[in-house]
Design a protein around this ligand. Sequence first.
Ligand SMILES: Cc1cc2nc3c(=O)[nH]c(=O)nc-3n(C[C@H](O)[C@H](O)[C@H](O)COP(=O)(O)OP(=O)(O)OC[C@H]3O[C@@H](n4cnc5c(N)ncnc54)[C@H](O)[C@@H]3O)c2cc1C
Length: 456
Amino acid sequence: MGMAEFGALRDQVRGEVVTPNDAAYDEARKVHNGMIDRRPRVIVRCAGVEDVVAAVNLARDSGADLAVRGGSHSVPGFGTADDAVVIDLSPMRAVEVDAEAMTARAQGGATWGDFNDATHAHGLATTGGIISTTGIGGLTLGGGIGHLSRGLGLSCDNLISAEVVTCDGKILPASERENEDLFWALRGGGGNFGVVTSFEYRVHPVREVYGGPMLYELRDAATVLKFYRDFIKDAPEEFGGFPAWQIAPPLPFIPEDRHGEPFLLFVACWAGPIEEGEAALKPFREVAPVVAEHVGPMPYPALNSAFDDLVPAGLQHYWKANFVKELTDEAIEAHLEHGPKLPSVNSTVHIYPINGACHRVAPDATAFAYRDATFATVIAGMWPDPAQNEDNIAWVRDFYEATAPHSEEGGYINFMAEDDQDRIRANYRDNYDRLVDVKRKYDPDNLFHLNQNIRP
Ligand SMILES: Cc1cc2nc3c(=O)[nH]c(=O)nc-3n(C[C@H](O)[C@H](O)[C@H](O)COP(=O)(O)OP(=O)(O)OC[C@H]3O[C@@H](n4cnc5c(N)ncnc54)[C@H](O)[C@@H]3O)c2cc1C
């Protein structure tokens, strides 16, 4: 691909075409994970669906690798590659809400912050991630776990339809009525099937939530984790809190002399009637003394962006993940051994509850197969200094090795590292063969292979 092709592409697309000779190149090639330092052949900052079609056609016809990105949060850095054509959807982030129909349609490059801003104005929300800068695209296509999943299901469970540019440059609708097989695969199957240029979601009345972080002493961690494990089994579905391991950041609600110490954190989220929030959280105030907390009523988007500053763009990332049915005493022992060894303030381990509404969807109704897991655990290593890579990666791997025997074979694809490709079949269980069939139909030559790849 040379100057002629780039010139032709610039004539075809409305968005920016960035090549290594452009001043914008170094900024445009960055993704969220600072460990990923790739030099694509061209980055197409798409302004609309026609730009996406042009970029897909260019990649296919030139034989270049094709990377697709929206929020750029992929931990393995699937949104870029050396010598690739990169489709950057981040200029496409408009969100339209139909408050009467209780739906919202968002362009493929929107973040959860963009989405929540638009829906919150109507007192509405759907399940998104816990950070506002994550893209709706990658998160929804992999499943989508967040503060609201116990009550509202996964993000993909709230997807009503999508517009998809496939490998042949066609623009296809996907829903329960049109291209149903593609729609089924998009709900958990990741970016394997095409570029989704718009997502239509069901939205629900959620204006304010009662929530925020609560810190417990390490000596109380076993008590809190065991209590949480039992409590969450049949807690009201409006209750979406999760425990985590966390070093106390220098925040005003935490006593200054405790900054930098490891704690067991509980991130509370009650999405039911706000006046019931205090009572809903009471058991967590009684189970053990709370060292510090910042809990109360707040707009849902405030909780959704409360932790953004802990994960700024450019940190080094290495993550591992597992689904968990029972948080056994042995699993808790493993957490107690490795959790307090957190190597950096940005690193964390979250134990998300995915029962409730997530369990009411049949395992074969969408590509997301683990409808009987109670928890999705992520061991998220994040740190600023590349010189600390070895120690941090070792912590993630040791934690993972210790908890894996007490977990399911599969894990959530969106929390996995690049070296987890051999777990794809386990992640999808009995849905894997059907995903291969859909892949063969919509992307037989595996143009969309920079992802947790389902090989045709
Ligand atoms: C700080 C942080 C917090 C996170 N929190 C959560 C969380 O709370 N819950 C959760 O479920 N996950 C969470 N994740 C994981 C997240 O779901 C994945 O990293 C996901 O891939 C991010 O989507 P993105 O669009 O931002 O990423 P990108 O890097 O832009 O995309 C990742 C991949 O998804 C595919 N993709 C993205 N958009 C499209 C599209 N429009 N069409 C087709 N393919 C597309 C492509 O294969 C792409 O390579 C978090 C990740 C990070 C780094």
